[in-house]
Write a protein that binds this ligand. Structure first.
Ligand code: FAD
Ligand code: SF4
Length: 327
């Protein structure tokens, strides 16, 4: 492991300045330290943010919830407000990692965890994300867990977070602070970048820009669920996941907020899929039309071809469950 300095930041100003100058933030360390041991990430210094006062919940004036970046995945999943008003988020968190990991993993760190592409973790293999310009071993390699939507010829990695998928369906916004003291608020769509020809750039965050919190909008009507399909019943990343908030009134769908995990380099949401469902009476035929729309641009790379029919079946099943339009 490459030697590094360790800096314990005392406040957000100190943290952003030190990280912009020399280092990388460390929160729970559950992803970063593994990557450092493998020398996939080799920061000169770690800026420990655990003493910052970012582990609070705050109810917002419009009925939403501000979640500090250091709130652990366990505390977030078990918060009574989250369980009551945003259960899709609680379920997504509890479907991720293990109890021990969730006790350490934080909201900010979960959003910025790196892909689980095997070749990214193996420094003997070509990987444009780890080493720009070296190629992508996954395209013609073992790509069972990798993406079918939003890929580029340079990278087909997926974003691994379950939590981020639920937050995308809920329309959560990320709040940040930089070393100049400027703040900004980003939707999850704007936070994450698609790989294009720069898969090494995964988000729009600049060096030293700290995620301070995530804001959930006020709760909405509808039924919520998180369905995660994976190789084992627990302790495995999603092959396909669907976070959904669906409302039906007078026999018509009035809301269909849907985000997908395991399919793309970022939590995936397709406004056209939702527009196709809203205003219609639930039916299996309609759900297949929604799946056609979702998967119109899907491309498999061999081992992961199965994700295309799997995503269809999962979407149809989730919509059937939430609208009670059982096939
Ligand atoms: C065996 C295993 C299984 C797992 N299974 C799942 C799973 O099924 N589903 C799932 O979603 N996740 C899973 N995870 C991933 C786990 O959820 C993440 O490792 C964790 O959420 C990362 O949070 P952390 O606080 O430990 O981040 P860290 O490891 O501390 O940091 C991760 C990255 O975020 C940056 N960072 C952290 N906080 C901030 C901040 N506030 N502002 C700016 N940058 C920041 C760091 O610099 C680093 O680059 C698994 C992990 C392991 C090890
Ligand atoms: S898919 Fe992306 S992360 Fe995986 S080897 Fe290719 S470039 Fe690297």
């Amino acid at each position: 492991m490459k030697p590094f300095d360790y800096i314990r930041a005392e406040d957000t100003e100190d943290a952003t300045r030190r990280a912009a100058e020399v280092g990388t933030f460390i929160a729970g360390g559950t992803n970063l330290l593994d990557l450092m041991k493998l020398e996939v990430m080799t920061p000169d210094a770690l800026v420990d943010i655990n003493r910052l006062e970012l582990n609070q919940f705050e109810e917002t004036e419009d009925g939403g919830l501000r979640i500090g970046a250091l709130v652990t995945n366990s505390d977030l999943a078990n918060d009574t407000r989250v369980r009551r008003d945003w259960p899709v988020l609680s379920r997504a968190l509890l479907a991720g990692a293990s109890g021990q990991l969730r006790n350490k993993a934080t909201t900010g760190g979960n959003l910025l965890q790196r892909t689980r592409c095997l070749y990214f973790y193996d420094r003997a293999m070509a990987c444009n994300k780890r080493e720009p310009g070296s190629g992508c071993a996954a395209r013609d390699g073992f790509n069972r867990i990798l993406a079918i939507l939003g890929t580029s010829e340079h990278c087909i990695a997926t974003h691994p977070s379950d939590m981020a998928v639920a937050m995308r369906a809920l329309g959560a916004r990320v709040e940040t602070l930089n070393e100049a003291g400027d703040t900004r608020e980003l939707s999850l769509d704007d936070l994450y970048l698609l790989p294009g020809d720069r898969p090494d750039r995964e988000t729009v965050l600049e060096p030293g820009e700290l995620i301070t919190s995530v804001v959930l909008p006020a709760p909405v009507d509808g039924r919520q669920t998180y369905r995660k399909v994976r190789d084992r019943a627990s302790y495995a990343f999603a092959l396909v996941s669907v976070a959904s908030v669906v409302a039906v009134e007078n026999g018509r769908i009035t809301r269909a907020d849907l985000a997908f995990g395991g399919l793309a380099p970022k939590p995936w949401r397709d406004a056209q899929v939702e527009a196709l469902l809203v205003g219609e009476a639930p039916s299996e035929a309609l759900f297949h039309k929604a799946a056609d729309q979702l998967l119109a641009g899907a491309q498999g790379f061999g081992d992961n071809d199965f994700k295309i029919p799997l995503a269809r079946r999962t979407l149809v099943s989730v919509l059937s469950e939430l609208t009670e339009a059982r096939p």
